[in-house]
Design a protein around this ligand. Structure first.
Ligand code: SF4
Ligand code: SF4
Length: 467
């Protein structure tokens, strides 16, 4: 399989030449069918989520808001802080493992249905078809000399692309500045320089990648296209042309018995090539440019239906099946990736479920090791109580670790507002007789009065004179 994906120096040479060759614009033909339907559903769901989330409120905040200046990240009612960086690490590992797992199982599913490049390119292609018409109309228009009509059509298309790209840039920024605030800022032309920069940058990237570069991003810029073959094996589902059934190719009338004429099922209509967004011919075998979008499957199934041949000349299959051998779904690498993924998902869910949105930090006063007051040894501390919840809470404070510890603080009640970091000065006193050494462990604990789960303990040192 790997040999086929990177089939030696000839293919390398072709890639090398292609890097320097002038790009030939690809006009993918519109296609209908089961997989096209799935792709449309995927585009609607994913773009719906992306464009819709900033407008949904959750527990008094935007459903997802990454408030960088305040260093708070609101995600579906939970407030994360930079201290919660571990969760992001978890998420990235889960995302990477999911990619490995699904690639091993079903090839480039991500590329064909969920990659932002695919999703936005698909949308830009719809706009292009809406304005310029079908594939043949687009090709004709491109060959035409510039005229008022051509200028008007092209300008309309680019105008719509730019509006859509700007809306995309706006949506991207609204994950960092609340969408409603951002609307007001745009209306009053009061966007900050950073908001302006990111809005235009994201809009430009969308317009450039989905409108102009399209398949070039997948072929030359995306690293996944290069290393995904390492995750493939002969049991991975791939989009493949059944050469045994299809060859020899050739045009024919639907009424003749093509087998008698020595022909295979492929009528050489090239529709599979015309619908391909990367412009390849799947009949040449598996190629790294194939993003598994399945457009060629839909196109060929349609042809097979019209010819009254069985569908599936191009289909999802495995190398083993094509070679007449049995295919295995559960293989060691699938089980390992799947097992790791499941374990991480369980650990992640458990830790999110049991997450305590409360932080406690204890800082000892370093100016003085200790002091004696009214016959007692005293140490002074500053407690930093971080309420990471979305509600204010009152906390009770206790300290343990040495017998008969006394605690005093100027704060009568430890009320900490949502998202507040409260500094609390605390004096801890104890009779010298109760100390077991010069340095003693003590434990500060805080407990919210209205939620049993909200508690935190932090260790500190209590220093006294040499015994
Ligand atoms: S669409 Fe099917 S029949 Fe037509 S050229 Fe491609 S493989 Fe052959
Ligand atoms: S070969 Fe088929 S599945 Fe691969 S990118 Fe082209 S149309 Fe999509």
């Amino acid at each position: 399989m790997q040999e086929q994906v990177n089939s030696g120096s000839a293919r390398d040479k072709e890639v090398e030449l292609a890097l320097f060759a002038k790009r030939e614009k690809i006009f993918p033909r519109e296609v209908h069918g089961i997989f096209a339907g799935l792709r449309i559903a995927s585009v609607f769901i994913l773009l719906g989520i992306f464009y819709g989330l900033p407008w949904i409120s959750w527990d008094g905040h935007q459903s997802i808001l990454l408030d960088l200046p305040a260093r708070k990240f609101y995600i579906f009612g939970l407030t994360f802080w930079p201290q919660d960086f571990l969760y992001l690490t978890f998420l990235l590992i889960i995302a990477a493992l999911s990619l490995f797992f699904f690639t091993t199982l079903a090839g480039r599913l991500w590329c064909g249905y969920a990659c932002p490049q695919t999703v936005w390119t698909e949308t830009f292609l719809w706009i292009e078809r809406l304005v310029e018409g079908s594939r043949s109309q687009q090709m004709r228009l491109d060959r035409e000399k510039m005229s008022f009509r051509k200028f008007r059509i092209k300008a309309s298309k680019h105008g719509l692309w730019i509006i859509f790209a700007l809306f995309t840039g706006f949506t991207f920024v609204s994950y960092f500045t609340p969408a409603k605030t951002l609307v007001e800022a745009v209306m009053q032309l009061q966007l900050s320089p950073w908001e302006t920069f990111w809005l235009l940058f994201y809009a430009f990237a969308t317009y450039g990648n989905a409108g102009w570069m399209r398949e070039q991003v997948c072929m030359y810029m995306c690293p996944y296209a290069r290393f995904q073959s390492a995750m493939f094996d002969d049991d991975t589902l791939i989009v493949s042309y059944d050469a045994q059934r299809g060859d020899p190719k050739g045009a024919r009338s639907p009424s003749i018995d093509h087998k008698e004429k020595g022909l295979g099922d492929c009528i050489n209509c090239t529709l599979c090539v015309q619908v391909c967004p990367t412009g390849i011919d799947i009949r040449d075998g598996l190629q790294y440019q194939c993003i598994s979008c399945s457009a060629c499957i839909d196109a060929c199934d349609d042809v097979m239906e019209k010819m009254q041949y069985p569908k599936g000349l191009i289909r999802y299959t495995t190398q083993n099946t094509l070679a007449g051998e049995s295919s295995h779904l559960l293989r060691p690498r699938v089980l390992i990736y799947g097992g790791l993924l499941l374990t991480l998902l369980l650990v992640f869910s458990y830790s999110i479920w049991n997450r305590v949105p409360l932080g406690l930090d204890v800082i000892r006063d370093r100016n003085q090791l200790y002091r004696e007051t009214q016959g007692l040894i005293e140490n002074v501390y500053t407690l930093k109580i971080l309420n990471m919840d979305t509600k204010a809470h009152s906390y009770s404070l206790t300290v343990k670790g040495i017998d008969n510890l006394k605690i005093s603080t100027p704060h009568e009640n430890l009320l900490v507002e949502a998202g507040e970091v409260k500094d609390v000065a605390v004096r801890v006193q104890v009779d010298e007789m109760n100390l077991t050494g010069r340095s003693n462990d003590i434990f500060f604990s805080i407990q919210a009065s209205d939620a049993e789960k909200l508690s935190a303990i932090e260790r500190a040192r209590f220093l006294g004179p040499l015994p």
